[in-house]
Structures are given as structure tokens and as C-alpha cells.
Write a protein of this length. Sequence first.
Length: 363
Amino acid sequence: MRPLDVEHPFAAFGLPGRPGTHAFWAAARTPASVPADGGWRTLFLWRGSEAVLDFESWSPPVPLRRWEDTDCWYAEVAVPARLRVTYRFLVEGEAHADPFNPVGAGADRSVVATPDAPPQPHWPALGADAVLPLPRTRIRWSSDRLGGRRTVRVHPVGGGGPVVLLLDGDDWLYLHPAMTAFDAAVVAGDLPPVTLVFLPAKDREAEFACRPELWEAVRDELLPLVGESGAPADLERLVVAGQSLGGLSALYAALEFPELVSRVACQSGSFWWAPGAVDLPDPLGGPVGGAIAERLRRGADLSRLRCAFDVGEHERSMLPHCELVEALTERSGATVRVSRSASGHDRAGWRHALLRDVGWALG
């Protein structure tokens, strides 16, 4: 972090007036970026008391500095080219969205993109106070195999079609407006009609590990309930979309339940995972490709599988794991698509890949 000019600290970012004055706050629109060293220098502002800038899986927290004796707190952060990232302000341990940024992610987070980050068509810019629409069809699922109850939402897009099972469904309902984005993509002709099934996780580490219980429950319990829900849905064609541990689980399902899962959209799959890895000081420091690479090396016929892989180009420690699994999956006969998003390990960066890769998986 480099110090701002003392006399006009924020002029380089286009903010007029003296920091802390009414005129300054009335004109404040941040984050704001200027080119620097092949990347960007980005200004974040907070009005009030001491705060910490907290990024999602990209950078360590950054303490904000106070401008003189005003209520203006700021951080000037060196940001690489092509980055979209979720962040929040922590004030006495409580999380807050950025009041000067119109792009939110739930009630207490915001999203910033560098000026050179690719656009994300169909995803609306919604503030932190926006109330996202919810699908009308609601399934109360009491699972014998998984235990407990959960609410699964179902939304037919464009009249409904193949089922798109969104793992971590509550994130796509309450943090990122997937329902609205899929609706817009279908209206624009960028996606065929589909039926979204938002599957929430109760225990991600247990359910998304390489174990059969989740997929037995999806096959034998959930999909029949979707069929009985009254929502139009083509149960014979299923796309599983998962991120991080969800991406790991999606590819595991394609390997072990090929009659169920033959289309996958996987963003930043946790292919470092192996039994016990989460308890290690460096979970990503184990064998490259983890349990999935080991399983693929034992042999698998994936000739029926269409699998789209995407990973954030700033996820340096993830890339070797993902690259190996991508290669082994293709070697096993799958039709594979590989791409990289302008992000770290962050749902804000996966949004465009989700729409694009679901469409590709449907062929």
C-alpha cells in the first residue's frame, strides 16, 4: 500500500472537495481505480469509526487509515489486472456492505471489479438492501439418507426444461441473483429454457466430500419430489453446477453415478481434497489432484460426460489441482471445456461461468 498525496489525497481518483466535508461525502463514489504498475490502485472509503477492509479469499484484511481528525477512513490497495472480488467492512467485528458501492452481494457484502474485468451479462447490479425474488415452488425435503429437513426452491425458466441443480443453492438465492440472471439469459436467447433447483447444504464438508449419500438422496428422494412439485421439469436431463467443494462433489457424482450425472458445470472445484486434508495446516499442499485424480487414474469411462471447468486466474494454489483433473477427465473420454475467470476463489467471479457453462453442458 502506498501513501496518498497529503495535500489532495483523493484527487487522483476523481473525488473533489476536502475529505470529511459534506460536499466530499455527497460526491463519494467508490471503489475507484487508477492504473498502476500493470494493474490498478483502488481506493476504498468508509465513513464513521475505525474499520477493516476484508476481502473474500483474495487478500489478507487491510486496516483502514483515518484522514486527519475527520470521519473519513480509507485504504488504497494495489489490485492486479482483471479481478472481480467480494469484500466487506468490519467495524468492531460486525460486517457491513460498502455504502458508496451500488453492487451488493447480500446484506453485508459488496462486489468490486477492476475496469479491465470482463462484463457479466445478465447479472443485475443490486444494492445490499435489495430483496431478491424467490421461486414460488418450495419443496420441504425430509431426507432419510442425509437426515434433517431443508427447503429446496424450484424455478422454471422460460417455461421450464432440463433440471439445473445448483449446489449451495442458498448462496444463489440470497447473495447472488441467479434466478434473475437465468431469466434474463433465456429471454436473450443465450440459454435454453431450464428448471432451476436450488439445493442448500446443511454441512458442506460432510455432504460435498467424496461420499455417495448426497447423490443417492438426490436420485432417490429429491428428484422424485421435483417431479411431483408441479413445476415443469425434464428429469431425464440433469446439469449439476457446483463451486469449490460443490464442484468436487459434482465431478464425483459424474464418476460414481454416471446414469444420473452426465453434464457438469464446475467452478474452482476443490480437487485438493483427500480424506483428512481439511485438517492439515495447508489443505492444498497434499498430492496434486487429491482423491479425484487418484480415482481417475484407476480408470473411468466418461465418454457420456460433458464437463465445463472454470477456475479463477488468481487462484494460484488451486490451479495445479484443477489443471491435472481437467486433463485426466478429458483423457477418460469426457467432452471438456476449460476456461479461467477474472477472480480469486469467489462466487462473484464465477457468475458468468455459471450461465455460460450450463448452456454449454446442455449442448
